[in-house]
Design a protein around this ligand. Structure first.
Ligand SMILES: [Zn+2]
Length: 63
């Protein structure tokens, strides 16, 4: 059993890429954020929905 591998990511993951955010105007870092619904079950079929988006580290808006 490997505890180092999470089933899904629910923390913001910094990419290290700097931007000036159009929403808040701050000098921010792009973070990868999981906008998916996570674990689901649909008619007995189980899965994990992951939808990684690039988001602003300051306001959280998609960039
Ligand atoms: Zn922002």
């Amino acid at each position: 059993m490997n505890l180092d591998e999470p089933d899904y990511i629910d923390l913001d993951e910094p990419t290290g890429e700097h931007i000036v955010c159009e929403s808040c105007g701050e000098d921010a870092v792009i973070v990868k954020r999981d906008c998916g619904i996570g674990a689901y079950e649909y008619w007995g079929a189980r899965g994990v929905h992951v939808d990684m988006r690039n988001c602003c580290s300051e306001c959280g808006d998609e960039v």
